[in-house]
Design a protein around this ligand. Structure first.
Ligand code: GAP
Length: 449
């Protein structure tokens, strides 16, 4: 399958199976905004929960936080977003479509704007002067649309962590080095969004800010870089040959070292198909320093034992929940020939799959539907998300769940009625095992993880 085809196939499967729908579709769709359907919302929740478990629940040195989206407007002056969070915007004088000048220059290998060709209408060299366009969405607090009442929809979750640094450190009685983790929505008025859920106007971030003593930051950066790459590989199961670390050559104004975890999506995403799914940055003491300056409040960490006070350096790991979920989907998509038909399989890790089991009566008689219904309900009651399906040939029912990514198919047949065993079909290998009904939960739990 060509890389470009994969994304088209994923978009179509996502809609067909209820993973992702275009926002406001009945009105013609809202560009670059997507809604997660019944299976998509479960998959994304499982990705976020896997992250939270690794970052917060399994560690003593990271605390969780859920800060508000709306913040004091001075936060965004201090962070540099009001002055720096801009892209150079140019408009084609012929068709009036707008583009990022820097993206066009690098895509077309052009040395100057005069050489640029409009990707929409093909006109060459007819552009407005570039204008710095701020990517933050603005709105107003209260009834007056007054500039004094401007508030921003946060473009990253990180700032909510920085302004709460001392609240968390003191209330949780943490000592540096320690981290604060948060999952939440962020908004960016991207000039050229697109590629399905890869670049959208509204998205979710899973960010962790790790506060360290200055001088130990380079070592911590290295440690986090390795841990995050290992997480994508080992916890999500992303294929090692589709993952890479790409160091930044040009650093943001706040960073002393930075790089991206990239996944190979193929098609027109990123650099020849390699797209960033997570950024890892050494943000130095820039953020705490700026908030200390703009708020007038001391944000230093006091190390009483060592008799020291200092502004910690910050190592940030910032993953996009939507991009990571898209990587998980792209990584799982397979097509194979089975008995002259194409079988589409979403080979998701059982721990991430939205549904863990499909439960099927072989036929709609002889007490099989009732027996299968009871198994389905018992699994659900024990916290194993399950789907009951009695319609159509058994082969078709298996295929529907293969495509939805459900790892186990449980079939109630004549033998079940005689001796209480069911068949458990494994999605990827299609191998079937006969398991006693009383062993079923333990069998599944061992494999779901
Ligand atoms: N606090 C640092 C920060 O926000 P970033 O590299 O701009 O860094 C981090 O963003 C992650 O957020 C990216 O790796 C990506 O996964 C996700 N992300 C950023 N912009 C996005 C967009 N427009 N649509 C979807 N995800 C986005």
């Amino acid at each position: 399958m060509a890389d470009t085809e994969l994304m088209d196939k994923l978009v179509s499967l996502a809609k067909r199976r209820g993973y992702v729908f275009q926002s406001s579709e009945i009105y013609g769709g809202a560009a670059s905004v997507w809604d997660y359907g019944p299976l998509g919302v479960e998959l994304k929740r499982n990705v976020k929960e896997a992250w939270w478990k690794s970052m917060v629940h399994e560690r003593d040195d990271i605390e969780g936080l859920d800060a508000a989206i709306l913040m004091h407007p001075r936060v965004w002056e201090a962070s540099g977003h009001v002055s720096h969070f801009t892209d150079p915007l140019v408009e084609c004088l012929n068709c009036h479509r707008r583009f990022r000048e820097d993206t066009l220059l690098s895509e077309q290998g052009a040395g100057s704007p005069a050489e640029l060709q409009c990707p929409s209408c093909g006109t060459r060299g007819k552009w407005t002067e570039p204008r710095q366009f701020n990517l933050m969405f603005k709105t107003f607090k209260g009834p007056a649309e007054d500039s004094a009442e401007i508030v921003y929809l946060r473009p990253e979750t990180a700032q909510g962590i920085y302004v709460n640094f001392l609240n968390v450190q003191q209330s949780a009685r943490q000592k540096v080095p320690f981290g604060i983790a948060q999952v939440g929505k962020a908004f960016r008025n991207e000039i050229t969004p697109g590629n399905f859920t890869f670049r959208t106007l509204e998205f979710e971030q899973m960010e962790m800010q790790f506060f360290v003593k200055p001088g130990t930051d380079a070592e911590w950066f290295e440690r986090w870089r390795e841990q995050r790459l290992a997480w994508h590989r080992e916890v999500l199961g992303l294929a090692p040959d589709r993952l890479r670390y790409h160091p930044h050559e040009k650093l943001a104004h706040y960073a002393s070292a930075a790089g991206d975890v990239e996944f190979f999506f193929g098609g027109s995403i990123g650099d020849e198909g390699w797209g960033e799914i997570e950024g890892i940055h050494n943000r130095t003491d820039y953020d705490l320093g700026r908030h200390q300056e703009y708020s007038g409040k001391r944000l230093e960490y006091i190390d009483a034992a060592a008799g020291e006070r200092y502004l910690p350096y910050i190592i940030e790991t910032s993953a996009g929940a939507d991009r990571v979920t898209l990587a998980v989907l792209a990584n799982a998509y397979r097509e194979e020939e089975v008995e002259g038909e194409t079988r589409v399989v979403l080979s998701l890790r059982p721990s991430l799959a939205p549904l863990k089991t499909g439960v099927f009566p072989l036929v709609k008689k002889d007490g099989m539907p009732e027996r299968a219904g009871r198994i389905h309900e018992a699994l659900r009651a024990r916290g194993i998300p399950s789907f009951y399906d009695e319609s159509g040939a058994i082969g078709r029912r298996y295929r529907r769940q293969d495509e939805a990514g459900t790892p186990f198919g449980i079939t109630v047949d004549g033998e079940t009625m005689e001796n209480g065993t069911v068949t458990v079909r494994e999605r990827d290998t299609m191998a079937q095992a006969r398991i006693g009904q009383d062993q079923l939960e333990a069998y599944l739990r061992e494999r779901i993880g």
